[in-house]
Design a protein around this ligand. Structure first.
Ligand SMILES: O=C1O[C@H](COP(=O)(O)O)[C@@H](O)[C@H](O)[C@H]1O
Length: 223
């Protein structure tokens, strides 16, 4: 794991957006299409604000979330909503979005369809993840009902997940798919998450799910 320390969140956003754009451009030089997966939540918005204006061939980029909350797109809790408002705009509006939510009462109802759309596009070339102070990443939460299955090297690409720390059902990319990404960036803000990440380095993924994706990841931190 490589740790990059920034003086503030704005500097982090500019630098990470530049790095992601560079990685996408480089991958587009030898691939017809490139897959980038990004997190939802409160952290990535400023990176999206910079990345959406990057000068690259977005029409050959597929964008998906690392995980989604099972709520309609117009909900304040929807990660898709964040993506549509702050990443899939300006130049990046030309990207193709691969959804992790379709209308339905529970993720299990639409899981097969969603997975059929994602699996042929794997592996992920460029991955960005967030992390909660509880050491969850994507929707791999400590104590989640299917965490052990999602950490299994033979896990399917996508799984439904429910966890005490998550107010709604989730759908998430599983550990082998996340860990298998060609380039991995983890974005964290604040002292509490920095301490949590330090703890996670010495714990098993079953206790600290983010530990499943730390190898060869670049962690970007700002106060
Ligand atoms: O619920 C989620 O949480 C994590 C971390 O979110 P943050 O608000 O603490 O940045 C996020 O990475 C994930 O995509 C999201 O669904």
């Amino acid at each position: 794991m490589d740790f990059v320390d920034y003086p503030d969140r704005e500097m982090l956003a500019i630098d990470v957006a530049n790095k992601l754009a560079g990685e996408l451009r480089a991958a587009l030089e030898h691939e017809d299409r490139v897959l980038m997966a990004v997190p939802g939540g409160t952290t990535p918005g400023p990176i999206f604000d910079d990345l959406c204006a990057a000068d690259l061939d977005w029409s050959r980029v597929d964008v998906m979330l690392s995980d989604e909350r099972w709520v309609p797109e117009d909900s304040e809790r929807s990660n898709t909503r964040l993506l549509r408002q702050r990443l899939l705009v300006e130049r990046a509006a030309a990207a193709r979005y691969l959804p992790l939510y379709l209308p339905g009462d529970a993720p299990e109802e639409r899981l097969e369809e969603l997975e059929a759309n994602i699996t042929p596009r794997l592996p992920i070339q460029v991955l960005v993840l967030g992390m909660g102070a509880d050491m969850h990443t994507a929707s791999l939460f400590p104590g989640a009902d299917k965490l052990a299955e999602a950490l299994d090297p033979k896990a399917p690409a996508l799984m439904a997940m429910r966890a005490p720390g998550a107010p709604e059902p989730r759908i998430t990319l599983t550990a082998p798919v996340l860990d298998g990404a060609m380039s991995k960036h983890i974005i964290i803000f604040g002292a509490e998450k920095r301490e949590a990440l330090e703890r996670a380095r010495h714990l098993k993924p079953s206790e600290a799910p983010v530990a499943a994706v730390l190898s060869q990841a670049q962690v970007h931190w700002a106060p």
